[in-house]
Design a protein around this ligand. Structure first.
Ligand code: DGL
Length: 276
């Protein structure tokens, strides 16, 4: 069995493009539709209940567009809604994000690990469960990097302000002996070069995107939903923010581009396509 329907991927904004990049590298023949909720970004400071409502409506929208599997390419939305989504849509395969504390705990030599994620992710039960299961004997230093998601949404991957935010997070961690940094927000892989400049070569930075893409491929395979076609899978983007702003960031962040369509939140909390 196979399916030519698209994979649905969503995030509060451009962060999920770090996951999409890995999906494209591993499965270039799969069609993908990507939703950026840029009308609501950032999710990180919002209550988990509010993000859960957004995530459910976005999932409905992506399913209406024909998605065969949903990748919640956002740690915050995964923390807020993954469990709820699996219960609400039991027939749909979901792939979510959780901070990569397990591989960090397995490989750290100093036993001190920095974790960068949003406030909502740190508050969620998913993070507490990951810590309880995998962080034995390891000291985790969490930091929320206030303002960093906004900088990345503006395409400021290397500006003095972006550097200042990262230095605020990382310099105290480095002073406490971290040798590993977990990126628990899908926006953050876009500033890995800057993180590596600040942290130096002896610190390992863990980007979970390749593992999430492998999990996506595995679920497609085992559910008989892989695309059969050998050609390049199509890409389509939707945003609840400004189409031009998303289109401008696709080449630098994703390395490719595609049609970007406008979607609007209705007063009832549903998503509808805006006809061009
Ligand atoms: N990219 C997101 C995450 O992985 C959300 C960041 C935000 O909107 O605050 O958590």
């Amino acid at each position: 069995m196979s399916s030519e329907r698209p994979i649905g991927v969503f995030d509060s904004g451009v962060g999920g493009l770090s996951v999409l990049r890995a999906i494209r590298a591993q499965m270039p023949h799969e069609a993908v539709i990507y939703f950026a909720d840029q009308g609501h970004v950032p999710y990180g400071p919002r209550p988990l209940e509010e993000v859960r409502v957004f995530a459910e409506a976005i999932t409905r929208f992506l399913l209406d567009q024909g998605a065969k599997l949903i990748v919640v390419a956002c740690n915050t939305a995964s923390a807020a809604a993954l469990h709820h989504l699996r219960q609400t849509f039991p027939e749909v395969p979901f792939v979510g994000m959780e901070p990569a504390v397990k591989p960090a705990a397995e490989t750290t030599h100093t036993g001190v690990v920095g974790v960068l994620a949003t406030p909502a992710t740190f508050q969620g039960a998913l993070y507490a469960s990951v810590v309880e299961r995998f962080a034995h004997g390891v000291r985790l230093l969490p930091h929320t990097c206030p303002g960093l998601v906004g900088q990345i949404e503006r395409g400021e991957l290397d500006s003095p302000q972006t550097r200042a935010i990262l230095e605020d997070a990382l310099l105290p961690m480095l002073a406490q002996g971290i040798d590993t940094i977990v990126l628990g927000c899908t926006h953050y892989p876009f500033v890995i070069p800057l993180i590596e400049q600040i942290a130096g070569p002896s610190v390992r930075v863990i980007d979970p995107a390749p593992a999430v893409a492998r999990r996506t491929g595995y679920l497609l395979e085992t559910s008989g939903k892989r695309a059969a076609g050998a050609g390049g899978g199509s890409l389509r983007f939707y945003t609840s923010g400004e189409t031009a702003a998303l289109a401008r960031l696709l080449p630098p962040l994703l390395g490719e581009t595609g049609e970007v369509r406008q979607v609007r939140w209705t007063a009832e909390g549903r998503l509808e396509l805006v006809e061009p």
